[in-house]
Design a protein around this ligand. Structure first.
Ligand SMILES: Nc1ncnc2c1ncn2[C@@H]1O[C@H](COP(=O)(O)OP(=O)(O)OP(=O)(O)O)[C@@H](O)[C@H]1O
Ligand SMILES: [Mg+2]
Length: 224
């Protein structure tokens, strides 16, 4: 899959939040979106998720996602970690994952099996039968990632991927996400270490403009 953002502008209340954002993403790109508070990271993620109004073009494989291709763009999953409670609905952790699989077309029997496999991969099986609201902040985040992945998206968007995760969870999440292939991942973070560990491209955004968009390796070399 190829995503093209062409001259994206976002203006809210006469306030320019994103200015002339243009870039291309291809399958297997894992992009770390970094920038200071208020630079426009969440806004850009919302644009990619097609959940806010913007000027310019957002193309999926050359077709505008807001017209012809809207239905296909469902394979885009956006996870905001700023308020995980808004994305959890079921009585138990495993039901939460099963429900997501069922919505995605898996039958009930299979959903239970698949959900268990996913939970085990994250060493989450012990938490299978507890209420998602009793999870710690970090565990909730991991659960949201499991749910997002269960839907087999082509474009996965994470806002503030590591906030509230300790070192161990960060490594666990990183290792898990690294194994997923044939997908585009865009994640925002304030954690440069996480950015380096997980991404193969880094996008630096400043006051609503892209300052740098380059291979992580090249950016590392430049900073060393
Ligand atoms: N509805 C709105 N009305 C006016 N200004 C807004 C609105 N939404 C966002 N902004 C402004 O747009 C700018 C970018 O916000 P955004 O949330 O995208 O930044 P961010 O990079 O995600 O910041 P953070 O790191 O704090 O999460 C901020 O200055 C914010 O105040
Ligand atoms: Mg933000």
């Amino acid at each position: 899959m190829k995503i093209n953002a062409n001259n994206i502008n976002v203006i809210v209340n006469n306030h320019k939040i994103l200015t002339d954002i243009t870039f291309e993403l291809n399958t297997n790109d894992v992009v770390a979106l970094v920038g200071s508070n208020g630079s426009g990271k969440s806004t850009l993620i919302n644009v990619l998720a097609n959940t806010i109004k913007f000027d310019g073009e957002l193309l999926m494989d050359g077709k505008d996602i807001r017209t012809k291709n809207r239905a296909n763009y469902r394979k885009v999953i956006s996870v905001s970690f700023q308020n995980p409670d808004l994305q959890l609905f079921e009585k138990t952790v495993i039901k939460e994952v099963e429900q997501s699989l069922i919505i995605n077309g898996t039958n009930k029997k299979e959903a239970n099996k698949e959900a268990l496999v996913l939970l085990k991969r994250f060493k989450f099986q012990k938490l299978a039968n507890i209420n998602p609201y009793s999870l710690s902040a970090g565990e909730k985040r991991i659960l949201l990632i499991i749910i997002a992945i269960s839907r087999k998206p082509e474009l996965l968007l994470f806002d503030e991927i590591t906030s509230n995760l300790d070192n161990k969870s960060t490594v666990m999440v990183t290792n898990f996400l690294k194994k997923i292939k044939d997908i585009i991942i865009v994640f925002s973070t304030h954690d440069f270490r996480m950015a380096k560990l997980l991404s193969n491209k880094v996008m630096i955004i400043e006051s609503g403009e892209i300052k740098t968009f380059d291979d992580t390796k090249k950016i590392r070399r430049r900073n060393e």
